[in-house]
Design a protein around this ligand. Structure first.
Ligand SMILES: Nc1ncnc2c1ncn2[C@@H]1O[C@H](COP(=O)(O)OP(=O)(O)OP(=O)(O)O)[C@@H](O)[C@H]1O
Ligand SMILES: [Mg+2]
Length: 424
């Protein structure tokens, strides 16, 4: 069987790597893929990104099923295009992807369906936005309505920062259309967790829990990034909290979308803030898997992912269960010099060891030119270690990191610290 994975990041490498382990796989195509998917014998990169051309490719090559990694093609309607042509694809339609592509859509949806989230209001008028901020006070959070590649959220600790964020988005149009409307919401304190499930329009299959590390530097210092590391499971999500999130957030979301006439299928990612009393609130929805959460999650998945995907596109996710490696998987991102503002390209990468039973390195911003593997993006690699404890998994990952070299590599030394602190 032939499968297509759309995207080029670490998330897509991990998904393709896992799907390719199925004994029924002939080829897993990755469009456009990266240096790591080029190196893997079981994967094949294809240099197409236009959704209609991808659909043509799928028809021509008899690809059985397509899985979409990133949000941009989903928000642009790749699923609508494939479905109109009768092609099997796992992901939300353009309409359902609004849960991620419009913060205002997500907030009004949550309000309408009584899903716990921060109090908010949406503005396109600058003066009204400034007035609301003065009325509410700081800290307060300003979010661009549209997709802004991780640059659209300002957690303002002072009124000055909040007013500045509104001016940046609404007056100076620095984020273009994405920032033409802003959601201004209540600041929530607590610990974050990523809660990711698969949805087939109706049935929900939860994946293992995970936690990301957004800041560039150790101790959660430095600028926000796309994510510097993640591990699974996340001990903050206890079985009781898991049940509560399913009952109060995930199930009402899936049922609410169906009731509103835009059934959701695909990966549904709820970003949670859990307060000091253990109450969860929804910070955001993403309509895809997280990167780098996917990398440790896929490293722990034991069930054949191809079979899972087949159930996902035929609406039978209620008939299977997922089996997980009981160990902790911990992924550390190695980023390029200059990341996140201006990542440098074309640094030569060396020393990536072969995969073992407890380590695997997923590629993101890498390019293979003949024998030369070079950096070509902000987040370059995600090194995953597996172990019976967070500490052992961490040690496995950092042992591999210490053997990999590229000039100016940036990575954190403390991925997993929250879990280690809880343990201590
Ligand atoms: N109401 C809030 N209170 C406190 N912190 C918040 C709030 N909303 C967002 N944040 C912080 O800002 C980060 C980014 O916010 P959000 O997830 O809404 O943006 P995003 O750009 O969609 O992120 P992502 O790139 O993860 O999809 C969150 O992970 C969280 O750390
Ligand atoms: Mg988001």
């Amino acid at each position: 069987m032939k499968i297509l994975v759309v995207g080029s990041g670490g998330r897509e490498h991990a998904l393709a790597w896992k799907i390719a382990q199925s004994p029924r796989i002939q080829t897993v195509y990755v469009a456009p893929g990266n240096g790591g998917t080029a190196l893997d014998q079981r994967l094949e990169n294809i240099n197409i990104t236009d959704p209609a051309e991808l659909a043509d490719f799928v028809v021509r090559e008899h690809v059985a099923l397509t899985v979409v990694g990133p949000e941009t093609p989903l928000a642009a309607g790749i699923v609508n295009i494939f479905r109109d042509r009768g092609l099997k694809i796992f992901g939300p339609t353009r309409e359902a992807a609004q849960l991620e592509s419009s913060k205002d859509f997500a907030k009004s949806f949550m309000q309408r369906h009584h899903i716990p989230t921060a109090e908010y209001q949406t503005f396109s008028d600058v003066d009204a936005a400034h007035q609301y901020i003065d009325q509410k006070g700081a800290p307060i959070v300003i979010k661009a309505d549209g997709l802004a590649a991780g640059k659209g959220v300002v957690v303002a600790m002072t009124l000055e920062e909040a007013h500045g964020a509104v001016d940046m988005m609404l007056s100076d149009n620095r984020l273009g259309d994405a920032g033409a409307r802003v959601v201004i919401e209540e600041f929530l304190a607590g610990e974050e967790a990523s809660f990711i499930v698969m949805v087939d329009g109706k049935n929900i299959l939860p994946l293992a829990t995970s936690q990301d590390h957004k800041r560039l530097k150790d101790d959660d210092q430095g600028p926000n990034t796309g994510g510097m590391g993640a591990y699974s499971p996340a001990p903050i999500v206890t079985p009781a909290l898991h049940a509560r999130v399913m009952r109060e957030i995930i199930t009402p979301t899936v049922q609410g979308m169906a009731k509103d006439g835009i059934p959701f299928s695909g990966f549904l990612y709820a970003g949670l803030m859990i307060d000091d009393k253990g109450n969860p609130k929804t910070l955001e929805f993403n309509c895809r898997m997280g990167d780098p959460e996917t990398q440790p999650i896929m490293a722990r998945l034991k069930t054949d992912l191809l079979t899972v995907m087949e159930h996902a596109v035929t609406g039978t996710l209620d008939t299977i269960e997922l089996e997980w490696d009981r160990r902790t998987a911990l992924g550390v991102v190695m980023a390029a010099a200059g990341y996140p503002d201006a990542p440098r390209k074309d640094d030569l990468i060396s020393g990536i060891p072969a995969e073992t039973a407890d380590t695997v390195t997923f590629h993101a911003g890498t390019t293979l030119n003949g024998e030369r593997l070079t950096t070509s993006g902000g987040r370059v690699l995600c090194v995953v270690g597996l172990g019976d404890s967070v500490k052992v998994a961490q040690k496995q990952a950092y042992n591999v990191i210490d053997s990999i070299h590229f000039s100016g590599a940036q990575f954190r030394r403390d991925i997993g610290w929250r879990a280690l602190k809880k343990h201590a």
